[in-house]
Design a protein around this ligand. Structure first.
Ligand SMILES: NC(=O)c1ccc[n+]([C@@H]2O[C@H](COP(=O)([O-])OP(=O)(O)OC[C@H]3O[C@@H](n4cnc5c(N)ncnc54)[C@H](O)[C@@H]3O)[C@@H](O)[C@H]2O)c1
Ligand SMILES: [Fe+2]
Length: 393
């Protein structure tokens, strides 16, 4: 069996890493960069922390502050319009997954034209995009190293992703100090997203068993040696540090641990794949106002239970990594405890979902074939997914 492992072109990690943004831009020969940020980050002083080292290195900078959580395609269009007027040679995504993904899509549309909706799905990006530098300010999505960009398709009420190796950033600059101002809810939601990435990657279909349709090279290749290592360490770090980071945002050791967990989780899932939890969250996130992380955290134990018979040993290992008795049941129970301790909603009905929505959700999730393939237990009919939604309702 042959596997590949892909990452951002380089990763600069640690407290104060953001001060090196000018040097990073210099190595990429960037002279004019468009920064994608938002008003919250501007008020928190984080935009200045990224822009100052760029300007000090002689790079011209234009900042878009219109980023929003769980961005719609209109946010992406606005970012593209603003950047096109400036004429950048590179794009910096500063923020949580939302802004980083808008930056990726802006770098794509600036290079290839058209509309973001032209590129949704897998491997539809025709070639390299503008050089991208991603600077996460949450610890969760792993978008700083991933080949994915997600936005909300408001017309079809579903979150869609654009998945291509060309969307991996040229550089990821991960500075745990940038996450210190995250309020507890953002810390919790993004942190459980990191756990979801790591568990989905660790329990995914084996790379050797993926059997992609002839002629297709899936971005998500299934679980393999390196993705397992990274996923396991991400799970261990989340188990040690997520509660602490939520309880005390100034706990720097916990912030360091979660920043590393998020990037490692991103490296794991962006090679092995995410799976049924993400497929089931996309229609939920498109229909009701819930963050991606909270939706995933809610669904995670229900999907783990569905997958249990296919992955008892891996789930038992998840339990050991989370510091509980090494059985699959103990692992799922610990995920449930963690979810409750950090304030993730426990039931779909608590976040505005109504029972009549569930069959439509199941049909949409079942339609995301690439995530059905990566899940260790392949649903044969949407009715199987409907059962999981009903359990989580
Ligand atoms: N591309 C990928 O690989 C990938 C993977 C997982 C999730 N996602 C996407 O990422 C998005 C979620 O990203 P997220 O969980 O990072 O949250 P987010 O980017 O939506 O941010 C949530 C809120 O937190 C604020 N915030 C961010 N950093 C802050 C800080 N340091 N201090 C104070 N406030 C701060 C933001 O302004 C925003 O209001 C979703 O759209 C999801 O679908 C993408
Ligand atoms: Fe995610």
């Amino acid at each position: 069996m042959v596997w590949h492992f892909h990452s951002a072109g380089s990763i600069v990690f640690g407290r104060g890493a953001v001060d090196q943004l000018g040097a990073v831009a210099g190595r990429l020969r960037l002279k004019r960069v468009a920064v994608v940020a938002d008003g919250v980050l501007a008020s928190a002083g984080i935009v200045a922390k990224a822009v100052d080292p760029l300007r000090a290195a002689g790079v011209a900078v234009d900042v878009f502050e219109g980023g929003q959580p769980e961005p719609t395609v209109d946010v992406v269009r606005a970012a593209v319009e603003r950047a096109a007027t400036f004429g950048p040679d590179g794009v910096v995504g500063l923020g949580g997954g939302s802004n980083m993904d808008v930056a990726k899509l802006a770098a794509l549309v600036l290079a290839h034209g058209g509309d973001p909706t032209d590129y949704t799905g897998e491997n539809r990006v025709p070639g390299p995009v503008l050089p991208l530098v991603c600077v996460p300010t949450t610890a969760g999505t792993g978008s700083e190293v991933s080949p994915a960009a997600v936005f909300t398709d408001t017309a079809n009420k579903i979150k869609v992703s654009c998945l291509s190796w060309h969307l991996r950033p040229a550089a990821a600059v991960v500075d745990p100090l940038l996450t210190v101002s995250c309020p507890p809810k953002v810390t919790a939601d993004s942190g459980i997203d990191a756990l979801t990435h790591a568990i989905e990657a660790f329990t995914a279909t084996h790379a050797a068993d993926m059997n992609p349709p002839p002629g297709e090279t899936p971005v998500y290749q299934g679980k393999a040696a390196v993705s397992d290592l990274m996923a396991a360490e991400a799970i261990r770090l989340v188990g040690r540090f997520l509660r602490r980071a939520v309880q005390d945002g100034d706990d720097l050791e916990a912030r360091d641990g979660m920043a590393l967990a998020a990037t490692l989780g991103g490296l794991a899932f962006s090679n092995a794949g995410v799976a049924l939890v993400h497929a089931m969250e996309y229609p939920v996130g498109g229909a009701v106002h819930v963050s991606h992380g909270a939706g995933n955290g809610l669904l995670l134990p229900f999907v783990a239970r569905y997958n249990l018979a296919e992955r008892p040993a891996e789930l038992a290992e998840v339990g050991r990594l989370l510091g509980v008795d090494g059985t699959a049941d103990a692992a799922i129970a610990e995920v449930e405890r963690l979810r409750a301790d950090i304030g993730i909603p426990l039931r779909l009905r608590d976040i505005g979902v109504t029972a009549d929505m569930l069959p439509g959700f199941a049909g949409k999730a079942f339609g995301i074939k690439r995530l059905m393939r990566t899940n260790p237990r392949h649903p044969q009919r949407s009715a199987e997914i409907l059962e999981i939604y009903r359990a989580a309702f």
